[in-house]
Design a protein around this ligand. Sequence first.
Ligand SMILES: Cc1cc2nc3c(=O)[nH]c(=O)nc-3n(C[C@H](O)[C@H](O)[C@H](O)COP(=O)(O)OP(=O)(O)OC[C@H]3O[C@@H](n4cnc5c(N)ncnc54)[C@H](O)[C@@H]3O)c2cc1C
Length: 367
Amino acid sequence: MMKHEYDFAVVGGGLVGMAIAYGLAKRGQKTIVLDGEDSSVRAARGNFGLIWVSGKGRKRVDYGRWSLESALLWPAFAAELEEASSLSLGYSRPGGINIALNDDALAGSVNMLRELHAHDARLTYEVLDRKQLAERVPEVGQSVAGAVYSKNDGHVSPLYTLRALFLAFERTGGEYVPEAPVKSIERANGGFRIDTGKRVLEAGRVVLCAGLGNRQLAPMVGLTAPVAPLRGQILVTERVRPFLKYPTLSVRQTAEGSLLLGESAEDTGMDDGVTPEIVAHIARKAVTQFPLLNNVRVVRAWGALRVMTPDSMPVYEESATHPGAFIATCHSGVTLAAAHCELLVGWLLGAQRPSLLNYFYAKRFAV
Ligand SMILES: Cc1cc2nc3c(=O)[nH]c(=O)nc-3n(C[C@H](O)[C@H](O)[C@H](O)COP(=O)(O)OP(=O)(O)OC[C@H]3O[C@@H](n4cnc5c(N)ncnc54)[C@H](O)[C@@H]3O)c2cc1C
């Protein structure tokens, strides 16, 4: 193969792009990341920070298994990133709790987890009635019905993770270029010529990790990116005494003591704003779950756009028409960061594609 200016160009510097780029750079690949503008939408900078396995794989258990693989890699991944960046990621894996506000919700969660567990015994869970839940989290509200707990789940600061990936990538020789939205990609000299409008460069292989931006980029290399935005709104409170050791799907306490409250999902196109109705709904739900939050001040709220495929599961694919051009897109870029950095990169470098990924081609959406 002809030697190019770069072995790999990664397009998009969100959590998907940076985890892959760091994985490539630390394996000795000359890698450049071309990222969008400050004003571009970025799920990586507005998310909830869960490393979550339970409930994933309802439509295809491979997704649960892939998420579990990543969760199992996270402790070593976090330790390595902390060492490489000198940043603390606020990572912990005490297990996660999905609180049910009524008996029907609890039964629904239990049925779903029972089915997943039947497919793969490692997808474990415990059912907690209200009393058992209160033994673990005494501050839980009186009206809560119970919860399911899984030791597989955890959480992390997504912003420190992203920052650490930038630092580790650059310290291993990677080149990150902000404000460089890719305008065109074409085949050239056995690789790819990439034009950002300000600069033209050549790379042997290109990996599209531009989140919602992949919709425009994928067809340039014979791929499709069936992704659409799904807005989530998140609230952050002032710091309070540590009381919530376990992350839940809609409330988690950060290492610094703030609480993140969230879990809304709305189809609002590219509008990533906040609305009083959803903010009020999130706050009310959090207070029902944990009444002590009633007097805690919300200091900030934001909206961010999830990068969703029609079935919420990832797409990992190499172009048939443009070999050497890949796409990687998923909804759970925090959860999957470790798998992307440690397992996906091997495939990009020519190793066999992990068999767990056999389903994750965009062709599954073709009718
Ligand atoms: C509200 C919310 C809550 C979430 N909670 C969780 C959670 O708890 N756990 C979890 O695992 N995941 C969660 N996610 C998902 C997670 O944030 C994303 O999966 C993750 O950020 C990875 O996204 P990404 O890198 O694909 O896209 P993004 O973060 O959107 O990054 C895409 C990047 O590509 C760049 N770009 C776009 N077009 C171009 C172009 N033409 N050229 C160059 N660059 C381009 C953009 O500038 C951007 O930097 C959540 C998301 C949201 C919105």
